[in-house]
Write a protein that binds this ligand. Sequence first.
Ligand SMILES: [Zn+2]
Length: 311
Amino acid sequence: MGITETKIYPINTGWLEADLGTYIFWKGPAGKKYWNPVYCYYVDTGKHKILVDTGLCDEERATKYHHKCEKRGCLEVHDHLEQKLGVHPDEIDAIVFTHLHWDHVQNMKKFKNARYIAPKGEIEMAYNPLPLYYRTYECGILDIEPPYAGCVFEAVEEECEVLPGITMFHTPGHSVGHMGVTVTTSMGDIVIAGDAIFCERNLDPNPSEKWRHWVPARFVNSFEGWKSVEEIDKRADYVLPCHDEPANARSTVYPYEGMPIRKRRQPIPGYKFYFGDMPAGMANKAAPAMSKKEADEFIASLVDPKDMAEY
Ligand SMILES: [Zn+2]
């Protein structure tokens, strides 16, 4: 037992169409549509069999109430687990939720032996959503039965290790109570970012605005959201955002030999961090600053969102 055994298996539950400018990137190319996957994760620690989020429903329900959806052969979480990974839903002993938006919670009742662990702020919002978010949480007022109807959650209020090697930490902004999930592995801390960022590119600069991070545009609170992006940058040796294809498809299992390890909180000349230093106990994990020359080359190498690969 131990961290050397922990493995994360990304599960793609389908594809949604979103707008690059009003959703994926703040001040991005508005009007340009972008198909993004909806991942959830099976985490096997050797001692526990865990899911982080449970992903999408079927195409019809998704398209009817939310965004245009294509399954493209992807299965719902319980079927994927059983057919592709050989894990029966009854073997799952806990589900950890980053947040309770509709595309992260479907089919949770299929896992009848699982504890449901979720951020306190999300549980409260799911059961009593601000009217703006009736649809996002599939509120019963719209005559939909929410996937969590009748479920009892364990509420997480403060950062904590919810299971051995699995830590939840605050990343609000995309939603009120959103939390990231750090999985301790033999190759470092892999952060399952939920929707605090949509894709890896959100962690790199927006050169025309001089932003250190090109943050997503879908927020309930942009101040907290920016802070959360910086928080992920400080904590992650690798990031798995739920809606990014390349980050999740480099391997069928994480960590893996040759996995690109990112640099945490690396200063880039001309691009300021807004919030404080590394979290307590992690100061020595911050990367040294780029030189001016390195920064120029790095900035020149960045993909503009309007030129991102399409799926
Ligand atoms: Zn989402």
